[in-house]
Design a protein around this ligand. Structure first.
Ligand SMILES: Cc1cc2nc3c(=O)[nH]c(=O)nc-3n(C[C@H](O)[C@H](O)[C@H](O)COP(=O)(O)O)c2cc1C
Length: 180
């Protein structure tokens, strides 16, 4: 196994669902924006539009609308019924695209996660928030985020300083094979 800053960040990354309140620095934010921009995309179409939201009031409002939509007793990946979909992260990244660009968005999301990991930040990829942003109820938020009407939420990423050290989740050993 070869260890360097990149491979170590890829292997060390794990989902973080508790964050310190402290905001990430502007330099970190710039680095994450660059990591997003440099992501590869099919035919270099760069279909993803990205919003880095650092407005706590907006995030709380989105959380309330999300819970009102999916139900307050529905965990929806958010660990507990009152926990916001963005896990109280100080920065929430939303990736949108015009057409179904889940692959491009996913690759961009991982770029952001690994760059964040390399800077000592924690991340959580969030698919469930699409229930809000791709519903009529999310229209007002998409407008506030300057997202064109027909664009769809692809994936989101919580970013912040980790406030937990969860145990590593097991991985299947029998799903990767080398054929020689
Ligand atoms: C496409 C995708 C969607 C996900 N959506 C959510 C989500 O909505 N909420 C959440 O808390 N975690 C979400 N996760 C995080 C996964 O639960 C997590 O990556 C998985 O359990 C493996 O744990 P690890 O990231 O710590 O290795 C998502 C991950 C991916 C890749």
């Amino acid at each position: 196994m070869i260890h360097n800053a990149v491979t170590d960040a890829i292997i060390a990354r794990q989902t973080i669902r508790d964050y310190k309140r402290e905001q990430i620095t502007d330099e970190m934010l710039e680095t994450l924006k660059e990591a997003a921009k440099c992501a590869p995309s099919g035919r270099n179409m760069q279909p993803c539009h990205v919003r880095f939201v650092q407005n706590a009031e907006m995030l709380h409002g989105m959380h309330l609308d999300f819970k009102n939509l999916v139900g307050w007793d529905t965990p929806a990946y958010t660990r507990a019924d009152t926990n916001p979909f963005y896990h109280n992260a100080p920065t929430f990244v939303l990736i949108y695209a015009e057409n179904d660009s889940a692959m491009d968005a996913g690759i961009m999301a991982e770029n952001i996660c690994i760059a964040a990991e390399g800077m000592g930040l924690g991340t959580c990829i969030v698919g469930s928030a699409g229930a809000l942003f791709n519903d009529e109820a999310g229209k007002k938020w998409n407008e506030q985020l300057h997202i064109p009407r027909h664009f769809r939420y692809q994936i989101g990423i919580c970013v912040g300083y980790p406030d937990e050290q969860p145990p590593r989740k097991p991985r299947f050993d029998d799903r990767i094979e080398v054929i020689r």
